[in-house]
Design a protein around this ligand. Structure first.
Ligand SMILES: [Zn+2]
Length: 60
């Protein structure tokens, strides 16, 4: 699995969408386990999502 595929799948999973064809949760987790860059990327996506959710839940 390439990092670009992993990140596409991660962003889908963070958004609660279906994973891309050919990607399963365990495959994605295995990539994350071995790839610090993608772990960092996932953390950023999660932080951004939490931030936008919080903003969206207030006066906006
Ligand atoms: Zn990666």
């Amino acid at each position: 699995m390439h990092c670009s595929d992993s990140r596409t799948a991660l962003s889908a999973r963070v958004d609660g969408e279906a994973l891309p064809p050919g990607v399963t949760g365990p495959v994605l987790d295995a990539h994350l386990h071995g790839c610090a860059d993608c772990r960092l990327w996932e953390r950023r996506v999660l932080a951004l999502r939490e931030w936008t959710t919080r903003i969206g839940g207030t006066a906006l």
